[in-house]
Design a protein around this ligand. Structure first.
Ligand code: GTP
Ligand code: GTP
Length: 463
């Protein structure tokens, strides 16, 4: 929440990724996106005029199975744009309207969200004249673009800015959400047979899930609603993911794909391990997905009753050795079958969700950044001194901090890791991922300077 999301949606090959890269790249809106772990592949933070917004690449979700396109489009829509404030519905201006475009349009119509139809690949103005047939897809406003010949980026961005909710509206929404205390969505992921269904059964106190000793009994994701201490939760159960050698088999591959989708939908991910198994490549793929999407996470080591001589210290060391960049993640040791530590785990999930929703004042961010620079100044590079002018938290879930600086390339990766460590320690984000962006305050490629407000607000925290 906080920064409004703009989702790019459309059938394959219409130019969604091209459009996104063009918007994100050409405008140098995002310079050197850096996170605790991996580059953010799916969303790009944009700063245009005086507004921040996030572009969401639903294309990244991809088409899984050509025989089952409609189900996949549903997923794409569900996962990528559930939270979007504005939707960019992209079509191909060269091919004409296709059946799939009509499918996508139908599904988008049901969402009743502000939408803009982007007719891409209008490489020459002449093509703009032949767009009448696209109007039957939607009554949304239309913009013709061409990534290839660089046409109408300004027009597109101007329209997006117009359609974003105002700052006041966003604040009101946040207030309403807080008072309504929406259900906390927990994704339960892990390999087959780690005890996910057993755990969910305990939570749901029903036999709605079939627990069995045959691995892989859960075929599709199921949402289970449950209450604990008068708080509401949704547990998203996903099928187990099989080990490497069978990944090529379609059912297992679906397993991984669905697990990844559950991760994206969740507020908090419970990543399950079996106390008596070693960590596998599939575990790494799942953790990578959690890291990429900056999801607050808990490592859950289940079947602790079978652990024997193993100690929690040893398991912790083993986990952090395997996932060195995830040292902020809390670890829970549970025995789902005997309901041991299950309630504590849910409380912990709530705690880290709250952490991920905290908003810190700009002055606090700057105090911390200033102190970090004083204690350990960023080293000069190419005879230039890296300078940070000021920092601000622009969104929550995950906490996202933008630092305005003279040139992001001057900051070396180890110093940025140091800074991230300090931010984590000093701000109330000890156990959750933080997204950190360094953004240049210099002129943009198109020759326009960044907004004057930027200049006026600048406080040099590095002095
Ligand atoms: N002529 C022309 N080609 C374009 C334009 N934009 C993108 N393309 C091409 O269209 C093809 C598909 O572009 P992508 O950006 O990968 O399309 P996508 O919608 O993200 O596709 P998926 O990832 O499959 O969902 C690529 O070969 C691009 O080079 C454009 O404005 N004009
Ligand atoms: N000893 C022990 N066994 C457990 C525990 N939790 C689950 N099990 C057993 O582990 C087996 C697998 O449990 P499930 O809950 O079906 O595992 P799952 O992760 O949902 O498996 P998939 O559906 O294949 O993804 C069952 O035989 C459970 O009884 C536990 O805490 N201790």
């Amino acid at each position: 929440m906080g920064v409004p999301k703009v989702a790019i949606v459309g059938r394959p090959n219409v130019g969604k990724s091209s459009l996104l890269n063009w918007l994100a790249g050409k405008r140098i809106s995002v310079v050197d996106p850096m996170s605790g772990v991996t580059r953010d592949r799916v969303t790009y933070l944009m700063h245009e005029g005086d507004r921040y917004f996030e572009l969401v690449d639903t294309g990244g979700i991809g088409i899984v199975d050509l025989d089952d396109l409609s189900a996949d489009i549903d997923h794409q829509i569900q996962v990528g744009i559930e939270e979007a404030a504005v939707i960019l519905f992209v079509v191909d201006g060269k091919t004409g309207v296709t059946k799939l475009d009509i499918d996508v349009a139908e599904r988008l119509r049901k969402l009743e969200k502000p939408m803009l139809m982007v007719i891409n690949k209008c490489d020459s103005p002449k093509l703009d004249e032949d767009i009448a047939e696209y109007y039957r897809l939607t009554s949304a406003p239309v913009v013709c673009t061409s990534v290839k010949s660089g046409r109408n980026l300004d027009g597109l961005l101007a329209k997006v800015l117009e359609m974003l909710p105002s700052e006041d509206e966003i604040e009101q929404d946040e207030g309403a959400l807080l008072s309504a205390t929406p259900e906390l969505k927990l994704a339960i992921v892990g390999r087959r047979n780690v005890g996910k269904s057993t755990f969910i059964n305990v939570l749901a106190e029903t036999d709605r899930m079939i627990v069995s000793e045959v691995a892989g009994t859960t075929r599709d994701s199921v949402d289970i609603h449950f209450q604990l201490d008068e708080k509401s939760f949704i547990a998203i159960d996903t099928p187990g993911v099989r080990k490497k050698k069978s990944l090529a088999g379609s059912v297992e591959w679906y397993g991984l794909t669905r697990a990844k989708r559950s991760v994206r939908r969740a507020n908090v991910v419970l990543m399950f391990f079996n106390a008596i198994d070693t960590i596998s490549r599939v575990d790494k793929q799942l953790v990578d997905e959690i890291a990429t999407h900056h999801k607050p996470c808990i490592f859950v080591v289940n079947k602790w009753d079978l652990a024997g001589d193993m100690t929690t210290e040893k398991w912790t060391e083993y986990l952090f050795h395997q996932f060195a960049s995830m040292r902020h993640v809390p670890i829970a040791f549970i025995t789902a079958e005997q309901q041991r530590n299950v309630k504590k785990l849910i409380n912990l999930a709530q705690t880290i969700h709250k952490q991920a929703c905290i908003r810190v004042s700009t002055s606090k961010v700057n105090t911390v950044v200033r102190a970090a620079i004083e204690n350990n100044p960023p080293p000069h590079r190419k005879n230039r001194r890296p300078k940070i002018f000021y920092g601000t938290q622009v969104s929550t879930e995950p906490p996202t901090i933008v630092l305005k600086c003279n040139d992001p390339k001057l900051f070396d990766p180890s110093w940025k890791r140091y800074l991230l460590g300090v931010l984590r320690e000093q701000l109330p984000f000890q156990e959750v991922p933080i997204r950190l962006y360094m953004r240049s305050r210099l002129k943009r490629e198109d020759g326009m300077d960044t907004s004057l407000e930027d200049q006026a607000e600048s406080v040099d925290v590095s002095e």
